[in-house]
Design a protein around this ligand. Structure first.
Ligand code: FAD
Length: 467
């Protein structure tokens, strides 16, 4: 018994979870509103996440290649960087994509509403517009897709804009001489790589004993070696105890087994993780549950404890990745449409867009060891790849993690140039339940890096041609 004008589906949050959900629902003939507090949908990913960071990382990679070309007898002048133009390039890409999302949405008949939405119950929410105007909306179903935000602990929140989160770092206000990155996860390493390429002396501080906690160590090794060469320092088992702003910079007190030291940096990036936004948009006025961290609890159909409320994307659980959000969007809309949908993907790829790139999908060797799962691991070092030799990037490694009895591919890990693109074949293998022989017996074009997947398939049988 909804009032007149009510929507079939309201999507709260216009990121890579929310906007595909709105599009899909509209394509199915539902009356849909998409609400985002920003003038253009696109979410963190398009505005201040995946897209601007990858734009800058592309430039960072180019700068590395220019340096490397010296060894091949190709000499460039030292590059000069016009920061304003670089910022413009980055903003142009973001505007192009967010503008495209708005247009696609309108074309499908999605009503895009700018404003901050707060649920007021299982069928309603209020929206506060950019000019402070408020309105109420009624809906049959709401898909909560409000995403996440950088976690910045109080001790680092010292009210000085030289201490930044990822959004601040992406603004690229200047190239600080000394740049401190707190956190050795993917966001810290990606942004550190950008600043290092532009000329900053970057120090990364990681609390645990390794970079990219969770990833297999043999994959991290070649990346770490290169990062240690291009960054000033990589400090493991080290904690940033406090930050203090002075005229000269930000004083950071670092502690490790060797004791405490205080150093001054020109800028600091806090990249220690992200906090889901489940507690910020009125979910508590519905029957849906939110856990202590701020994740909305969902089942594999993206349903919450409230039959009218679904949740997807970063706010619906780990891993907080754009492509996971988009897949969940499809499931949520299928669920609303009454289809027998469940999220049962066998693998969600993860890519770190550093140089080299690191990517994995499905079971990792680390997880197999931890959980006592018996696996066969086959590795193909890129030194044996013709293509890797031609681009002078032989430090890479491709590995398959297979079921020892059936040969089924349970996981794939790759470190090396373009690993982020190459992992797609591994993802398809894991998703389709391919066996190692499927990779081994598929003809791969020569000379390409994709042959490393074929050869690691052959290596399962001890039959790799080049290794
Ligand atoms: P979001 O993208 O967070 O979108 C939620 C939207 O809802 C936002 O626009 C927000 O402003 C809006 N909103 C929130 N609350 C309200 C409200 N109450 N009312 C109205 N609007 C609201 N992931 C990858 O897969 N690959 C990458 O390379 C990658 N790189 C990243 C780099 C950085 C620097 C960062 C920060 C993140 C990166 N991510 C990457 C993660 C990725 O951005 C997120 O996983 C993804 O954006 C999550 O999508 P979402 O739809 O769940 O939410």
């Amino acid at each position: 018994d909804l009032p007149e004008g009510a929507y079939d589906v309201v999507v709260l949050g216009g990121g890579p979870g929310g906007y595909p959900a709105a599009f899909d629902a509209a394509d199915r003939g539902m009356k849909v509103a998409l609400i985002d507090e920003n003038p253009k949908p696109g979410g963190v990913c398009l505005r201040v996440g995946c897209i601007p960071s990858k734009t800058l990382l592309h430039v960072a990679k180019l700068l590395h290649e220019v340096e490397e070309a010296e060894q091949w007898g190709v000499h460039f002048e030292k590059p000069t960087i016009d920061l304003a133009q670089l910022r413009e390039f980055k903003s142009g890409v973001v505007n192009q994509l967010t503008g495209g999302v708005s247009q696609l949405g309108k074309g499908r008949g999605v009503e895009i509403i700018e404003g901050r939405g707060t649920l007021t119950g299982s069928n309603s929410l209020t929206i506060k517009g950019p000019k402070g105007d408020e309105r109420e909306l009624h809906f049959g179903r709401c898909i909560v897709a409000v995403g996440s935000q950088p976690a910045v602990p109080k001790i680092f929140d010292i009210g000085d804009d030289r201490v930044m989160d990822s959004t601040g770092a992406l603004e690229l206000k200047d190239v600080p001489e000394k740049f401190l990155v707190v956190g050795g996860g993917y966001i810290g390493l990606e942004m550190g790589s950008v600043y290092a390429a532009l000329g900053s002396k970057v120090t990364v501080v990681e609390m645990t004993d390794g970079l990219l906690p969770g990833a297999d160590r043999d994959l991290v090794k070649p990346l770490q070696k290169r990062i240690e060469a291009s960054f000033d320092r990589v400090l493991m088992n080290t904690k940033v105890e406090s930050l203090k702003a002075t005229d000269a910079g930000i004083d950071a007190t670092l502690s490790s087994a060797d004791g405490e030291t205080t150093e001054t940096f020109d800028r600091v990036l806090i990249a220690i993780g992200r906090r889901p936004n489940g507690k910020t948009c009125g979910v508590e006025t519905t029957k849906a549950e939110v856990d202590d961290r701020g994740f909305v609890t969902v089942n594999r159909r993206m349903e919450t404890a409230d039959p009218n409320i679904l949740a997807i994307g970063d706010v619906a659980g780990e891993p907080m990745l754009a492509h996971k959000a988009t897949r969940e969007a499809k499931i949520a809309v299928e669920t609303i449409a009454g289809e027998d949908a469940v999220f049962d993907n066998r693998g969600i790829p993860a890519v770190v867009f550093t140089d080299p790139e690191l990517a994995w999908v499905g079971l990792t060797e680390t997880e197999a060891k931890r959980d006592g799962i018996k696996v066969t691991v086959s590795k193909f070092p890129w030194a044996a790849s013709g293509r890797a030799q031609t681009i002078d990037r032989t430090e890479g490694l491709t590995k398959l993690i297979c079921d020892p009895d059936t040969g089924r591919v349970l996981g794939v890990g790759i470190v090396g140039a373009n690993a982020g693109e190459l992992i797609a074949e591994g993802t398809l293998a894991v998703e389709m339940g391919a066996v190692a022989a499927d990779l081994a017996e598929t003809i791969h074009a020569h000379p390409t890096l994709s042959e490393t997947l074929m050869e690691s398939g052959e290596a399962v049988f001890g039959q790799a041609t080049h290794f």
